[in-house]
Design a protein around this ligand. Structure first.
Ligand code: 9MG
Length: 405
């Protein structure tokens, strides 16, 4: 039968698209021109006036794409509508060009679309910390968790706790951790806060020792400016702030002055109470992206350059199990933030909710969730079981980026 070797392709990145065009023998100009036609985009624009909704629909139709608007938009019985632009990257770019010269908000829409596309299509990142730049390119980084809370290492003696913590950090480094995240306050749901003094007592001696002995950057997991300041002085380079610089009004200044790397994480409420009561979002992914966009803008307004920022949807922080899986499934949408995405799923309750097992028995479930995160665009994964997750990430990276073997 002729044509029986027809294929329906699933292409996920620009390189794959260009390689395919090259293999057909398309000339280089054609490759540049056609690759953007191979990427289909759905772009949701909220609260557009009915007049503009109609113009957008007409323009997109004229370019061979389409735009979904509310039923009442055509007759303008609806004052406003959300608009879903549907088209290839090429059609969307043409649309943005066409409306760029229109007065008022369509001109702004053109600008916003172009900006969003350029952030969304950024593949490689530099993450600047207080002392170095981490290249994030074709390999997912591993952040190893070092909990310096009493339940983690304590066997009574202060000295032995510190020695054990340092030994575990060095072991994680040997196992493949790219960053060690040191924390002295539990952020588990329902956990009680601890004082800054206690947090420092638990973490600073460990960081001082690791700064002397570890070659990878140290991150301090804290929401308190005084703890972050002391940790940075002791040699830490990154602030992992689960409150996205909102908990302590002095934190932005500490981050800006030190030029530390900063993880901005989304959390609803605070650890003590975040899983209580009804947890509702209009659209969990859209709401978190909007929040993180505002936190990036706030950080920049305090003088923290965007190259220092990493964003984190905050799996498990004020979200239902269903929200957490939606975040993992739609993780690639966070690319629109234009910054690397960090994901922490290790041993969390979203895994236990499906496997029915307790935190110590969630290794395989964690492996599956880490794989999903990597395949959907995570740049960094925060994990307890570095040795095992290093292998998981290597295989997921091979699927995501390919291998030269
Ligand atoms: C401290 N901590 C616990 N879970 C976390 C997560 O998912 N992300 C980040 N950045 N920190 C976390």
């Amino acid at each position: 039968m002729p044509f029986e070797d027809l294929q329906i392709l699933s292409l996920t990145d620009e390189k794959e698209a260009k390689d395919l065009l090259g293999s057909i023998g398309v000339d280089p100009y054609g490759i540049e021109s056609m690759a953007p036609k191979m990427r289909h985009l759905n772009i949701l624009v909220k609260k557009v006036s009915c007049r503009h909704g109609n113009i957008i629909k007409q323009e997109m139709l004229s370019l061979g794409g389409d735009a979904a608007v509310s039923r009442g938009t055509v007759g303008c019985t609806d004052e406003q509508t959300d608009v879903l632009l549907m088209g290839t990257e090429k059609q969307i770019r043409r649309f943005a060009e066409k409306v760029a010269n229109q007065p008022g908000s369509l001109k702004e829409l053109s600008f916003v679309i172009k900006e969003a596309l350029s952030r969304y299509l950024t593949g490689d990142f530099l993450w600047k910390t207080a002392r170095r730049s981490l290249v994030i390119n074709k390999r997912t980084l591993i952040m190893g968790i070092l909990n310096c809370t009493p339940d983690s290492f304590s066997d009574g003696g202060k000295y032995r706790d510190k020695e054990k913590a340092v030994a575990r950090a060095l072991e994680m480094m040997e196992e493949g951790a790219d960053i060690i995240d040191v924390g002295g306050e539990s952020s588990r749901p329902g956990a009680d806060p601890v004082s800054a003094e206690e947090e420092m007592r638990r973490t600073i001696p460990v960081i001082e020792e690791l700064t002397r002995r570890a070659s990878v950057p140290i991150s301090i997991d804290t929401v308190k400016a005084s703890v972050a300041r002391a940790a940075l002085q002791a040699g830490a380079e990154i602030i992992n702030d689960i409150s996205a610089l909102t908990f302590d009004r002095e934190m932005p200044e500490v981050a800006a002055k030190s030029k530390a790397g900063v993880v901005l994480m989304h959390m609803r409420g605070e650890p003590k109470t975040m899983q209580m009561g009804e947890i509702r979002y209009e659209d969990v992914v859209g709401d978190i992206i909007f929040y993180l966009k505002k936190r990036i803008e706030a950080a920049e307004s305090w003088g923290i350059a965007s190259e220092h920022l990493v964003c984190d949807p905050g799996v498990g922080f004020g979200k239902t199990v269903s929200h957490n899986y939606t975040i993992l499934k739609r993780l690639s949408e966070f690319r629109v933030l234009g910054r690397p995405i960090l994901v922490g799923v290790s041993r969390k309750s979203l895994i236990g909710a499906v496997t029915g097992e307790g935190p110590e028995k969630r290794l395989e479930g964690t492996a599956a969730a880490v794989t999903a995160a990597v395949l959907n665009g995570a740049a960094i994964v925060r994990v307890h079981d570095v040795k095992e997750m290093k292998k998981v990430v290597s295989v997921a990276d091979a699927v995501r980026y390919g291998v030269d073997l």
